[in-house]
Design a protein around this ligand. Sequence first.
Ligand code: HEC
Length: 168
Amino acid sequence: MRPLVSFIALFFALTASAGEDLRVGLPKDYKETYTEYLSLDRIQNHDQFIRLFANDVAMKGADENGELLSGSVIVAEIYSVKKNEDGSVAKSLVNRRVKDKLLLLGVMEKQDGFAETSPSKINVGDWDFAAFKPNGDVAPKDLDTCRACHAPLTQTDFLFTTQHLPKR
Ligand code: HEC
């Protein structure tokens, strides 16, 4: 019975990401080796909090066109937030949400050539996306929804937070 259960679990894990082969993995050591460059109440989700981590290449920063270097990786930890008894979002003494449970890890990676070999029609330059559960398993997400929301940000290399990274 058990091998069958694991086989079915593996089958769903492999088919979960809308049939797309992931080009981006979860950097296992990001907590130790990446820089946490920004943490904030999410701007498009009223009950979430986000922590953003950049690898050393991304921390070299954006050039005058807002472009990051190939090899840049950004990890986003998305959290639920503490609620009041009536279900409303609790605010701290500094009027900010208080992070609760880790829900999802979003990763963006930039590599020379990703644009040419993109599995999607949506242009996000040389970036690609992936999402993971807190235990590191691939999260079943349609990555075109990620691409579609980031695609308009052509002035900031498809990132919302480029201005919070250094300048090169
Ligand atoms: C509806 C719009 C929207 C969608 C869909 C979306 N994002 Fe984002 N993303 C944002 C916003 C806004 C931010 C800035 C931080 C915040 O408020 O959450 C952001 C920030 C990020 C960052 C930090 C780098 C940056 O752009 O500043 C990463 C990494 C990221 N998203 C990954 C993903 C992944 C992976 C997916 C798909 C699973 C995804 N995003 C889907 C809106 C979106």
